[in-house]
Design a protein around this ligand. Sequence first.
Ligand code: MG
Length: 519
Amino acid sequence: MSGGAMLRCLIALFSAWYGVVAAGREPNASPNFVVLFADDMGYGDLSVNGHPTIRTPNIDQLAHGGIRFSQWYSAFHVCSPSRAAMLTGRLPIRSGTTGAGWTGGVFGASAVGGLPHNETTFAEALKTAGYATGMVGKWHLGQKPEFLPTNNGFDEYFGLPYSDDMGSSAWSHYDRGDRPPLPLLHNTTIIEQPTDLGTLTQRYAQYASDYINRKKDEKFVLYMAFSHVHTPNFVSKEFCNTSARGKFGDAAAEMDNAVGVIMKALDDAGVRNNTLTFFTSDNGPWLIQKLEGGSAGPFYEGKTTTWEGGIREPGIANWPGTIAPGRIAQQVVATYDIFPTMMKLAGVPPPKDRIIDGKDMSPIFSDPTVASQHDCIYIYKGTPNGDAQPGLWAVRCGSYKAHFVTNNHINTTAVMHDPPLLYHVERDATEVYALDPKSTEYLSNMATIMAARQAHLASLKHVPNQMAMGEDPKQKLCCDWDSKKKYPKYQECTCNPDNWEAWTCGRPILQALTTPNLQ
Ligand code: MG
């Protein structure tokens, strides 16, 4: 063979190899699924997304080994509605979980409502295909036993039923009748109250790793919902004062370490190449917490708003051997796409008797050039006046996003926009330069958005507003209703008095917040 022919042969061989690696391969049927879900992490809070002082090497490795999405949306700007959508594939307005007023909202620690039983979670759907279903971490879709994960399709559960600041041991003896000390649950049993937050994330990682090891010979789904990086930024001793970003960076580093432990468990169990792992967060950074909250990176605003900073999230899909490494995808995807993607890959028909808002994102896994599966994204903020009128504040169709109503993270007063504000959020991701309402570009794109908005609103059915059912202190979770007799110094429902002081990491215990504006 001549030198030239040899070179051409080598080039052809390399091209064939590169083609396989670059394109990945068609997804196998019925992989395992792991959903790694952060709390209140902004788009800019990962080192792989450009944060200068937060270090997240394990999450970065997930991104480098798979697809990092730059236009990944959560369903809502606060915790509970976002999680309801992720679990069901449906916008939270359809399950009555968008909140009880204009501002949207979350389930309290004594909530009467929860994720309705006629909704189907991905755990319930995957069980029909023989999957083992496990959940670790923050639930926040109703603390009453009937609403807990083990009554929503999960075989087992280890975690906190709601946010880590809701009656938390992080606050100094935060004595409120409707917010007991933070309970840690195994299935529906309280095993610790208050919870030792200092060891919580390490225990989560251990439970998740054990779960993977126990289920490695079955098909399984693991939903791992971290309390990090929601305020307060508790950490174990190992991570105290380790980050140049301060407490928030310490918490991000501890969560990242837990991600590394869970990925190692998949490797050690020999199932990594048959496991699709997602990483994302429920909503944007909680900016009123100042340095204790995160960063939306290039996006405007954060949690509690419908600006991009409230809903644009880090998004990663990793599946070694199937998803080619090192890609950045600009297709519009959403957290509620996880449900239909799982259904497609597991061969489970999605429920036919309801609208599923999510789209199967698996075509993007094997074809980087495929078009966005979403024509439009509908962005809500609560239901004004109970549930008489849906609070559809913004709509994005293609590259254009219209704001009909806005607020900011400090002032919850709604500002109505007539004509609506319109931004090209690919040219202008920071939403600074609203289009001229008289321009042809504005008029033609607003016409598209208004038509889509009208059709979407017509698709809504009236359902009971779960958060408008309010709170009942009798529904709070309590390990011992008479514990004050035993521990008069502490709030009722204390069974682990040492945990009131256990986790402080050399820092003073935070003073209890006086305003109940915690989510
Ligand atoms: Mg959250």
